[in-house]
Design a protein around this ligand. Structure first.
Ligand SMILES: C[S@@+](CC[C@H](N)C(=O)[O-])C[C@H]1O[C@@H](n2cnc3c(N)ncnc32)[C@H](O)[C@@H]1O
Length: 311
C-alpha cells in the first residue's frame, strides 16, 4: 500500500517538474520572439534622447545584482596588482559610476580614498549614495553629470586612478575624451576602462536570431542595436581599442575579457554559467577559468578590460 502511495507521489512530482520545465521553455520562447524585433541603424543620437534612455536603463541596480558583484570582483582581481594599495590619500575618479559597485570596491581597499564620481543618471547617483558604506577618513563626492564635462572640470595631473568601466558601450564618441582623461591623471596614474567587443555583439545578435543585424556589426563601430529604443551603442575590436589608447599617450599593461565563459540573463554566455545562480565554490572555480582564459580570448568577454598607464 505504502509502495503504491510512494509511487503515486513520485509520479505527481515528476509530472509537476516536467510541467514547470515546459512553462519555463515556453516563457523563454516568448521572450526570444519579443527580442527578435530589433534592428541596427547608424547615425548620431540626440543627446536628449540618449540621456533619457540611459536614465531609464539605469533602473537595473548593478550594486545589488549578484552576478554584477561577481564581475566587480573579477575587475578587482585583474587590476589590484598594479594599484598603489599602500599609498595614503589616493585620489580616484569614477566616470559613469552607476550605482557604485566599483566605488565600493575601492572604498573597501583604500582606507583613505578620496573618490569623485559622476553619472548622467540622477537615479544611479541617488542609488549610489544609498548603497555605499564609508569609513572615517574616506570621502566620496558624487555628481549628476555627463562624464566629458565632468572630466573637463578636473585639474590637470590631480588624479591617481580613473575608472571608466562599461560606459563607452553607451557612449559613441567616448574616444574624444581620452586626451582629457590623460591630462587629469598624475604621471604614473592608472586608467581602468572596459569596452564592448564587436565579437560579443555579433554573438548577442546571432543568439537572438538576427543574422542581418550581426552583419552590420562588422561594418560599423556604433549604432542603434535594439529597435525598441533610440539608445546608440559603441563597440570595437581589442587591437583597435588598444591602438586608440596608445594614440592618446597611454601605455597598455593588460587587456582581458570579463566574463568570457559566463553571462547575465540575455547574454549569449548565459547558458554556460550565470554567476548569480552559482555556489561559492562554483564561483571560485569559474573565476579561475575566466581570469586565465580572459587574457587569451579578450574579445569574447561581456566587456574587455584595459589597464593603461600615464608614463
Ligand atoms: C553599465 S553601467 C556601468 C556602471 C559602473 N561604471 C560599473 O561598472 O558598475 C553604465 C553607466 O554609465 C552611465 N552613463 C552612460 N552614458 C553616460 C554619460 N554620457 N555620462 C555619464 N554617465 C553615463 C549610465 O547611466 C550607467 O549608470
Amino acid at each position: 500500500m505504502f509502495i503504491i502511495q510512494d509511487l503515486a507521489n513520485f509520479y505527481i512530482k515528476v509530472n509537476r517538474y516536467l510541467l514547470r520545465k515546459a512553462i519555463r521553455a515556453l516563457n523563454s520562447l516568448l521572450k526570444l520572439s519579443e527580442k527578435r524585433n530589433f534592428e541596427i541603424t547608424i547615425g548620431a543620437p540626440s543627446l536628449k534622447s540618449q540621456k533619457d534612455i540611459v536614465e531609464s536603463a539605469s533602473k537595473y541596480d548593478m550594486f545589488t545584482a549578484s552576478s554584477e558583484n561577481y564581475y566587480a570582483d573579477q575587475y578587482w582581481q585583474l587590476i589590484e596588482d598594479v594599484l598603489p594599495l599602500n599609498q595614503q590619500k589616493v585620489k580616484i575618479v569614477d566616470l559613469g559610476s552607476g550605482q557604485g559597485r566599483m566605488v565600493q570596491k575601492f572604498l573597501d581597499n583604500f582606507p583613505t580614498a578620496e573618490i569623485r564620481c559622476c553619472d548622467i543618471s540622477k537615479k544611479a547617483i541617488s542609488d549610489l549614495q544609498r548603497n555605499i558604506t564609508l569609513s572615517p577618513g574616506q570621502q566620496v563626492k558624487a555628481e549628476i553629470s555627463e562624464y566629458k564635462s565632468f572630466v573637463a572640470r578636473q585639474a590637470s595631473s590631480s588624479v591617481d586612478i580613473v575608472l571608466f568601466t562599461e560606459v563607452s558601450f553607451y557612449s559613441p564618441g567616448w574616444e574624444k575624451c581620452l586626451l582629457d582623461i590623460y591630462r587629469i591623471l598624475k604621471p604614473g596614474g592608472i586608467f581602468v576602462s572596459s569596452h564592448r567587443s564587436r565579437y560579443f555583439n555579433a554573438m548577442l545578435l546571432l543568439s537572438l536570431g538576427h543574422i542581418q543585424a550581426a552583419e552590420q556589426i562588422l561594418k560599423h563601430n556604433s549604432g542603434r542595436l535594439f529597435g525598441t529604443t533610440d539608445l546608440h551603442f559603441s563597440w570595437n575590436d581589442s587591437p583597435a581599442t588598444r591602438e586608440i589608447l596608445l594614440a592618446a599617450g597611454f601605455s597598455v599593461t593588460r587587456v582581458a575579457g570579463i566574463g568570457v565563459l559566463s553571462g547575465i540573463k540575455g547574454d549569449p554566455h548565459e547558458l554556460l554559467a550565470e554567476p548569480g545562480t552559482l555556489s561559492e565554490d562554483e564561483l571560485n572555480a569559474l573565476m579561475g577559468l575566466e581570469k586565465q582564459l580572459g587574457e587569451t580570448v579578450p574579445d569574447s568577454g561581456r566587456y574587455i578590460l584595459f589597464l593603461a598607464k600615464k608614463d
